[in-house]
Design a protein around this ligand. Structure first.
Ligand SMILES: Cc1cc2nc3c(=O)[nH]c(=O)nc-3n(C[C@H](O)[C@H](O)[C@H](O)COP(=O)(O)OP(=O)(O)OC[C@H]3O[C@@H](n4cnc5c(N)ncnc54)[C@H](O)[C@@H]3O)c2cc1C
Length: 414
């Protein structure tokens, strides 16, 4: 049976790996010249079930309102016209209640934990190297107020409570001495010893190479323009260069999935939320952190990538534009300097911006819509790297007719 996967990000490539192992003939199409050149390129690299909190908190609407009138550092809104934004925006705000936050976090945690298990199985099988750091992640709180909020939120992660340690400042600095200089300005931290990090771009490229060796075909530099349908099924995928037919199709185009779904009669509640990253070479390892983590008061994530540290931040609603200018990053550069001064080469920064394919409930979308032979695996938001291997297994199960390992409540289109 032939499967055509649309999109060669971490989601498309992990799905190709599952399906080729299940015996399918798999082809993957992408407009870029290599795998993982868009959202999966420059993310923070955190594999973080221990931080699978829903973004839609009761406080978020207030923060978003402020971003309309004040220059915000983390939440930013750029006025633009996009028909999809209003419907998605109302839906997103509707999720900002304590009850929805509890339900959405539990669902995300279920997928993230399952996905981490699948990642470990994949690594066991393949021995892929992608700058893994399995020392755990630290969640740093600078103010008492933020720490108390963090402690309150912990109960939402009940199923993995035994993996989360609440640390006072001294204990936090004992496990992460690079923070010693901030001692008087840190209130405490939470350490999740099973969370980890790694380079998503490197992982996806290496996995794609393995897929190729197993017989998966990759068609790069081809832009998908149209899907042709007949009697409730996709018949053909048209690109700027070729036409493709298959028995089954998987749509994994992140934020761009919505345009194709709409033409098939399906509404996908996905909108791009732009984020930024900077990657800096380490010049003094004695002053660099050994863990990845999050500076919670400033919503700045960081992780070690070989001899560099990557920092990511900002949630900007600005449409599909991924362009950036130096001033977009100045907030993050200052914070990186405040966290790890003297550890990094600030004259040699790599800048990047990408679009998180966000759904209002923070979980991706699986299953079929109107077309019986097209499966969605898209909308992984800010945790697509964490959720990738589990989402690939779920998609392969749905295609094959097996019962997925976890409850998909709230993650199926129909
Ligand atoms: C700043 C930032 C930090 C993040 N940090 C983390 C983190 O620490 N941990 C975590 O788990 N997740 C993180 N994420 C989220 C994660 O990166 C994404 O959820 C994930 O990469 C989505 O993967 P994808 O394969 O769906 O998308 P993509 O990687 O964007 O893949 C989609 C592919 O579709 C292709 N495509 C699109 N349109 C077309 C077309 N018309 N024709 C052909 N090809 C097309 C693109 O070229 C692309 O390769 C972060 C995201 C951002 C932006």
């Amino acid at each position: 049976m032939e499967v055509l996967i649309l999109g060669a990000g971490v989601i498309g490539v992990t799905t190709a790996y599952e399906l080729v192992n299940d015996g399918y003939q798999v082809t993957v199409i992408d407009r870029q010249s290599k795998p993982a050149m868009e959202t999966s390129f420059g993310n923070a690299g955190l594999i973080s079930p221990g931080h699978s909190f829903a973004w839609t908190t009761p406080k978020l609407p207030g923060n978003l309102m402020k971003s309309l009138f004040q220059k915000q550092r983390v939440f930013r809104f750029k006025l633009h016209w996009c028909p999809g934004l209003i419907r998605w925006g109302f839906n997103f705000i509707r999720h900002c209640t304590s009850e929805n936050m509890r339900i959405n976090t539990a669902r995300k945690l279920r997928l993230c934990s399952f996905s981490q298990e699948k990642l470990h199985e994949l690594i066991q099988e393949t021995r892929l190297e992608y700058d893994q750091n399995k020392k755990g992640l630290i969640y740093i709180y600078r103010s008492d107020e933020a720490l108390n909020e963090g402690i309150k939120k912990l109960k939402l992660l009940q199923p993995i409570m035994d993996k989360l340690d609440l640390l006072n400042t001294d204990d936090l600095i004992k496990i992460e001495p690079a923070l010693d200089h901030l001692k008087s300005r840190i209130a405490g931290g939470i350490y999740c010893n099973t969370d980890e990090s790694g380079n998503c771009h490197k992982f996806t490229q290496k996995l794609a190479k393995l897929c190729l060796e197993k017989g998966v075909k990759f068609q790069f530099d081809e832009t998908i323009t149209r899907l042709e349908t007949k009697r409730g099924k996709v018949q053909k995928v048209i690109t700027n260069k070729n036409e493709y037919t298959a028995d089954v199709y998987v749509l994994a185009l992140a934020s761009h999935s919505t345009f194709f779904a709409r033409k098939l009669g399906d509404y996908l509640p996905i909108y791009p939320v732009k984020g930024y990253s900077i990657t800096l070479p380490i010049v003094d390892f004695s002053k660099a952190p050994v863990h990845g983590g999050i500076d919670e008061d400033n919503l700045l994530a960081f992780s070690l990538m070989a001899n560099s540290i990557r920092f990511t931040s900002v949630a900007e609603i600005a449409g599909y534009d991924t362009s950036h200018k130096p001033s977009d990053f100045s907030y993050m550069v200052d914070l990186a300097d405040s966290l790890f001064p003297d550890a990094l080469d600030f004259t040699n920064i790599k800048y990047w911006a990408g679009l998180r394919p966000m759904t209002p409930n923070g979980s991706p979308i699986f299953g079929n819509g109107k077309m019986k032979n097209l499966f969605y695996n898209t909308g992984h938001g800010h945790l697509g790297w964490t959720m990738a291997c589990g989402s690939a297994k779920i998609t392969a199960d749905l295609i094959t007719g097996r019962k997925p390992n976890i409850d998909l409540e709230g993650m199926l289109l129909n």
